[in-house]
Design a protein around this ligand. Structure first.
Ligand code: ADP
Ligand code: MG
Length: 251
């Protein structure tokens, strides 16, 4: 579903991703862990084409991210075309990023109505089901400011799911939350992962979540993938010294 081939990325003269290779299968949950500044957010942003890469290729369900094929040649996407491609990729950010002047249900229905041309009635029906799924039935007419951080993040997850994306990207979705609110968001993500149909790429500091929910865990450091394995391989018997050092500092 996602194929990342030899991706390099620099900001100005500073290279922040080095030869990144990673494949994520349909329905798979892959967690990315690693120290701050190691390039985890940048990698997600490249998959979503919020950043351009300098070399390599990223494919999402057989579409080359940032390009379209016409007349047998590749053409870079214009911004409006990039938006269309992004519809296939859901992203959940650390700081929720809900529209503050819109209720929970309006936050969720906006994308489907505008970008997918779904009728208002059908969009609201689907949004209602999603709110129930994330445990927020009854909160449809609340504004973000009337919701806790954990509730806002669950609305943000419902909003991303409403677009029926092929892939869901999560960038440290619980790190801005008070500790007592982390569990409710992780529970929604776990439910989503275990439903089996959603392909998920999750940057997280929650090692317990990665252990329990991930099919594979990726450890990144200094712009490189150092090691990839099953949760028990990577977390219990890491091969690389850098992985061991990171885990002993966070566990
Ligand atoms: P992580 O998410 O693992 O903490 P990031 O992907 O945010 O790491 O950052 C990787 C590196 O790229 C860091 O050195 C960071 O300072 C740099 N960086 C991130 N975004 C930008 C940007 N927009 N401009 C310049 N440098 C950036
Ligand atoms: Mg980050």
């Amino acid at each position: 579903m996602v194929q990342i081939d030899k991706v390099n990325k620099s900001y100005g003269g500073t290279q922040v991703l080095f030869d990144i290779d990673l494949e994520v299968s349909q329905g798979e949950t892959v967690c990315i862990i690693g120290p701050s500044g190691s390039g985890k957010s940048t990698l997600l942003r490249c998959v979503n084409y919020l950043e351009e890469i300098n070399s390599g290729q990223i494919w999402v369900d057989h579409d080359l991210v940032g390009y379209r094929v016409a007349g047998g040649r590749l053409h870079e996407l214009r911004e409006n075309e990039a938006c269309k491609q992004r519809v296939d990729i859901g992203m959940v950010f650390q700081n929720f990023n809900l529209f503050p002047h819109m209720t929970a249900i309006d936050n969720i229905t906006l994308g489907p109505i505008l970008a997918k041309r779904i009728s208002k009635a059908n969009a609201r029906k689907a949004a209602q089901e999603l709110l129930n799924r994330v445990g927020l039935g009854g909160k449809e007419h609340h504004y973000p400011s009337q919701l806790s951080g954990g509730q806002q993040q669950r609305v943000a997850i419902a909003r991303a799911l409403a677009m029926e994306p092929k892939v869901m990207l999560f960038d440290e979705p619980t790190s801005a939350l008070d500790p007592e609110l982390v569990g409710e968001v992780l529970a929604v993500m776990k439910d989503l992962a275990q439903s089996g149909s959603t392909t998920m790429l999750v940057v997280t500091h929650e090692i317990g979540f990665a252990r329990e929910v991930a099919d594979r865990v990726v450890f990144m450091d200094a712009g490189r993938i150092v090691e990839v394995g099953s949760p028990s391989e990577l977390l219990d018997t890491p091969k690389e010294e850098r992985t061991r050092a990171f885990l002993s500092a966070v566990l």
